[in-house]
Design a protein around this ligand. Structure first.
Ligand code: AKG
Length: 320
């Protein structure tokens, strides 16, 4: 997969392999990475794509409204066990793209850590971007699980350690991100939030997120995390590169630098099906979703009969 480096800190760090698309065929991608569920950085796929600057994004998305995540900077200093919201469960703010661009320019988005997380580009002019559409084709990925999703915001933002139950391709379009990964075998050394938490919090909390802070791990409370560190991988995803993240692989994603950083991902059905069937992390996530159903039904019913129902419904659906 990549080379192992001993940092002398009682932790080994692997780097993810880089492969150029010119030396990769869909068959080779399936054989080497998809079937084995191995992450890889693919270069050359977005070679001809223009840089997605804030001006370009304003031109394409200007007046369109999106649901943004207002995380708040203080989160980074909190013990995750005190959290009652995660990811799309945090305070949500609906605004036009151009208003958000202004918050990035005047740094209000940096101060409050406001992030455009998993915002679908469906029905926007960017959905037809040829190079994005060719990524799946060139890798032989045919069955998408979602449309393109935008993940963009201020440098310094961290999307906390979690796994997805589908495969993902993360395409870097402006700036760079650092990604830390752990294999599915490390799930219990990463102390995921318990599945039953969904009964109380619906999808505001996610059992596929880790309770451990990578920056400042509490080893007294999470002693097995030391073992996980022996299996960690790190990679800097540069502009124009695509990271394939197989289902069940834990990942934390950090936007590097101080300026706006932008990526687009797409989720794909897990192939071969046997990899999906024998994946405990997937079953675990499905169990979590089932536990979240009663809470979600109740929240939807309350939203339906309240004033401002359209906004409320939009926010609830954004969580799914
Ligand atoms: O880029 C990010 O902030 C998160 C991306 C992510 O988690 C993913 O692509 O699965």
């Amino acid at each position: 997969m990549g080379s192992r480096v001993n940092l002398g800190l009682n932790s080994m760090v692997d780097s993810i392999s880089r492969v150029d698309i010119l030396s990769l065929t869909p068959e080779k991608f399936a054989e080497c990475y998809q079937k084995t569920g191995t992450p890889v950085v693919i270069t050359g796929l977005l070679e001809n794509e223009r840089e997605w600057t804030l001006d370009y994004l304003c031109e394409k998305l200007g007046d369109r409204e999106f649901v943004f995540r207002n995380y708040g900077r203080q989160r980074y200093n909190q013990d995750k066990r005190q959290w009652t919201t995660i990811g799309s469960g945090v305070a949500l703010q609906t605004m036009s793209f151009k208003d958000y661009a202004e918050m990035l320019r005047n740094r209000k988005a940096h101060e409050s850590d406001i992030y455009m997380g998993k915002c679908s580009l469906k029905n926007t002019p960017l959905a037809d971007t040829p190079s994005l559409n060719s990524v799946g084709e060139k890798l032989g990925l045919t069955q998408s699980a979602t449309h393109f999703n935008m993940y963009m915001g201020p440098g310094g933002h961290r999307s906390g350690l979690h796994y997805d139950s589908v495969d993902g391709t993360l395409m870097q379009l402006h700036g760079a991100k650092k990604v830390v990964l752990f294999p599915p075998s490390q799930t219990y050394n990463l102390y995921p939030f318990p599945v039953y938490l969904h009964l109380r919090h619906g999808l505001k909390m996610r059992s596929w997120f880790s309770q451990v802070s990578l920056e400042n791990p509490d080893l007294a409370s999470f002693p097995k995390f030391k073992e996980a560190l022996q299996h960690q991988y790190k990679v800097i995803l540069n502009q124009g590169e695509t990271l394939y993240i197989p289902s069940g692989w834990w990942h934390e994603v950090m936007a590097l630098g101080d300026e706006m950083v932008c990526s687009v991902n797409r989720f794909w059905r897990v192939y071969p099906t046997s990899r999906a069937i024998f994946s405990w992390t997937r079953w675990r996530a499905s169990l979590g979703m089932i536990c979240a159903v009663p809470y979600m039904v109740l929240t939807l019913a309350i939203a339906l009969f309240s004033s401002g129902r359209t906004q409320k419904l939009r926010k609830i659906l954004h969580r799914v």
